[in-house]
Design a protein around this ligand. Structure first.
Ligand SMILES: NC(=O)c1ccc[n+]([C@@H]2O[C@H](COP(=O)([O-])OP(=O)(O)OC[C@H]3O[C@@H](n4cnc5c(N)ncnc54)[C@H](O)[C@@H]3O)[C@@H](O)[C@H]2O)c1
Length: 430
């Protein structure tokens, strides 16, 4: 595919320095991807600023953080948070009749989900309202930023926003079937995606995971007149990992956010064509709050242990592998773990999903069965299902991606880049 650009060379060090400003667009969670880039920006001496999505009161009103929430969020970030709610999406936005999709979905019974018909007129109406709310709040954030950013300072915006599952109870049992269901509990992602509820999710994913990046770039145009401004965003579009001794592109299926992630890339490409330095970095699969629903997403993380050895295998790699080994059941070795991961990743059944140009793919019953069984088998190799090898692996990946994105963002070659296991392992070993 034309846009496929795997980063193969470690980036030169970025020129950001003390007095320059880093702005996180989205909130920071303990195991979230953004931790890596925030740490790197702090190491460079930049001023760290954050944003919030705000909170919803019990009557549904969107509000800024209260004093206690703000103090906690600022302590967690280690920087000031601009307290204007940047929640994106439209699920709680009431139409002219006072009803939001969240209200309407309360009346849909779980077993009647296939009968839900999406009212396009209502969708268009609340989508426009959601967009106006987000853009309006983003403009207020930019007005605050203008007072905080020194003239001439370099500014780096890190977009971390993704999500958009409409807030309605109805979705949980359905999505559990789509992402965790096998046998009788299997629900085809394609069947779900083509339903009225699937179409609603699709619109929401586009608005939250993709278009917020475009709105950010547009709203910050005035800053670009006085400052050097750069943008990064976290993408996902599969990842190359070591399978049977060579790097092979693979992806998690069914990744229904995939179409929104392609649109996110399109926004970076469009911005770059106008001379704006915006880059989407497609990152490996890791375990975070947002990926917890996708059982099996962690399977492609295990071979990073092989890459660490392949890409240098120095003392850092050895220490890291020892740490991982200590989490395994007595008598289970890293080699056993890797052999089990390889059995899954190299399975002939996955061949049908191996074309990047056809991504994202829908699930099949056999593939879900294979993935969920392999996921459970590997998790059972750990002493505790609460602290599995994927936890240190995920931390290593978010730190390293943070480093790579931060430094590459200074002078990126392309608007879309893939950070595969080879470059992650090389950086970890360096
Ligand atoms: N976890 C993975 O395997 C993986 C892989 C590749 C890329 N990513 C991407 O990394 C980024 C960070 O995700 P993460 O996995 O670290 O999870 P996370 O849960 O830590 O972060 C999710 C982010 O989305 C924001 N968000 C959620 N709902 C929102 C809404 N309605 N409006 C505005 N913002 C909203 C949150 O505030 C948070 O900043 C996302 O873009 C994600 O798609 C994740």
């Amino acid at each position: 595919m034309e846009r496929y650009f795997p980063m193969r060379k470690l980036p030169a060090r970025a020129g950001y320095k003390q007095g320059d400003v880093f702005v996180l667009v989205g909130e920071l969670f303990g195991r979230g991807y953004a931790n890596g880039i925030v740490d790197e920006a702090r190491r460079a001496g930049m001023t760290i600023l954050g944003t919030t999505v705000g909170r919803r009161d019990s009557d549904g009103t969107l509000r800024p953080l209260n004093a206690e929430e703000l103090a906690e969020a600022e302590a967690n970030l280690g920087g000031k948070i601009i307290n204007i709610p940047l929640e994106a999406g439209f699920d709680m936005e009431p139409a002219a009749d006072g009803q939001s999709f969240a209200d309407i979905l309360k009346g849909v019974k779980p077993d009647a989900w296939e009968g839900f018909v999406l009212d396009q007129g209502r969708l268009d109406e609340v989508r426009a309202k959601g967009e106006a709310r987000f853009r309006g709040n983003m403009e207020k954030v930019v007005a605050e930023l203008k007072t905080m950013i020194p003239q001439g300072a370099s500014v780096l915006f890190s977009h971390a926003m993704a999500g958009g599952i409409p807030r309605a109870r109805l979705f949980m049992p359905l999505l559990n079937k789509v992402f965790k269901g096998s046998g009788d509990k299997y629900l085809s992602s394609e069947l779900f995606w083509n339903s009225g509820l699937g179409q609603l999710c699709s619109a929401s994913f586009f608005d939250v995971s993709a278009d917020t990046f475009k709105y950010l770039i547009e709203a910050t145009a005035p800053l670009r007149q006085s400052n050097n401004v750069r943008y990064t965003a976290y993408g996902y579009h599969g990842c190359e990992v070591l399978i049977s001794g060579r790097y092979v592109w693979q992806s998690y299926t069914p990744y229904m956010q995939g179409w929104a992630k392609i649109r996110l890339e399109d926004h970076a490409i469009a911005a770059r064509s106008e001379g704006i330095i915006a880059t989407v970095y497609n990152c490996p699969e890791i375990q975070t709050n947002s990926s917890a629903l996708f059982m099996g997403v962690e399977l492609s993380l295990y071979p990073l242990l092989n890459s660490l050895v392949d890409e240098g295998g120095g003392p850092v790699a050895r220490e890291f592998i020892t740490e991982c080994e200590s989490l395994l059941n007595d008598g289970v070795t890293i080699a056993d773990l890797l052999a089990a991961a390889e059995r899954y990743l190299a399975a002939p059944l996955l061949k049908q999903f191996d074309k990047l140009a056809e991504w994202p793919h829908h699930s099949t019953k056999e593939q879900m069965e294979l993935m969920l069984t392999a996921s459970a088998e590997l998790i059972a190799m750990n002493k505790s299902p609460k602290e599995i090898v994927c936890a240190p692996l995920s931390r290593a990946v978010f730190s390293t991606t943070g480093y790579l994105m931060f430094h590459d963002s200074w002078a990126p070659e392309k608007p879309v880049a893939w950070l595969n296991h080879d470059i992650i392992a090389r950086q970890l070993n360096s």
